[in-house]
Design a protein around this ligand. Sequence first.
Ligand SMILES: [Zn+2]
Length: 92
Amino acid sequence: MELSDVKHTIKLSSDESFGCAFCSQSLGTSIDWDINHLIQIHGGKLLHVGSESLSSAGEAPYLATVALIGFSEVPPPKAATARFTTQLPPAS
Ligand SMILES: [Zn+2]
């Protein structure tokens, strides 16, 4: 895949957990495993690996490892996970 073919990117971070945009896999436990998942299962291309500085109130800044994975396809919209029911309360 050429860089000009990239239509969508996903940022992985050693500091964040989220669901894979293409399947139901959870990402964020191990960034190397996450990179392998996106490359091998979904045909992603590793565009960049680096670090970002993070901080929260009252704590010293710390670094997280980030990776940017590019895809030639935009992932399909996720199906809603919550189910809406029109169930009525039992008649009394
Ligand atoms: Zn996936």
